[in-house]
Ligand binder design. Sequence first.
Ligand SMILES: Nc1ncnc2c1ncn2[C@@H]1O[C@H](COP(=O)(O)OP(=O)(O)OP(=O)(O)O)[C@@H](O)[C@H]1O
Length: 264
Amino acid sequence: MSETLPSAHLQASHLCWQAAAAHILRDVSLHVAQGELVGLLGPNGSGKSTLLRMIYRILKPASGSVEVSGSDVWRSSARDNARAMAVLAQENTSEFELLVRDVVLMGRTPHQSPFARDSAEDFHIVAQALERVDAKYLSERMFSTLSGGEKQRVLMARALAQQAPLLVLDEPTNHLDVRHQFELMNLIRSLGLTALAALHELPLAAHYCDRLYLLKDGVLVAEGTPSEVLTPEIIADVYGVRALVRPSPRSGKPLIEFMPDELL
Ligand SMILES: Nc1ncnc2c1ncn2[C@@H]1O[C@H](COP(=O)(O)OP(=O)(O)OP(=O)(O)O)[C@@H](O)[C@H]1O
């Protein structure tokens, strides 16, 4: 699916946002290079979704800019943005009264001319996207009747059907069982897309991400490779949890063991 995609990179610069005089995000800058999978970490309420909403053009920054492949998202049309960036948002509360395949077909809209009918190619891309998230058997089900994890996979298929070179994902593994978590992360990696994902599961971030950004109270407090960011000291400071971290004998990536009886 990604073989013929154009390249993409993301640059967010000096983003700020506040609500009711409270600073929610302060001077946050990040970048995602072509083909990188970058994780955005931070405790509940640290500002991850707010930052992603500014990146996918739902929330206008108080100051700062967001560029995808050099184009300012706030100066581009919704259609151009949808061709450049596919989004799996956290608040997927929409209880679409639609068949699953029609939900995934919505991902094709940015590629269709107004009033055009869905083409054979669109249906092929939808079937392929559903297959990639292990959800083809759900095609003819009503979306509203699916379980949380099934809905999440279908919405991921919709994002894939959009065939955008940049993926922005807000807690993509939300609701997924452990196998489907690994499958989804493996899929994101295998597509070779440029991707930014807010994640809560530190072990997943450690294993799959090229680089990480860590938010605390709306400020970036660490960035770097998983080994640089996921140290016991930083985890203790940001999450208030003691952890042992050692390199995996298999991959060399950080293995994290939490000590839930020793909360700080
Ligand atoms: N419109 C708003 N008005 C007031 N406060 C807001 C608004 N939107 C977000 N916030 C606050 O901003 C902070 C950051 O919220 P955000 O949803 O970005 O956090 P998050 O890191 O994604 O959290 P979680 O891990 O729980 O999903 C929270 O304290 C939230 O209550």
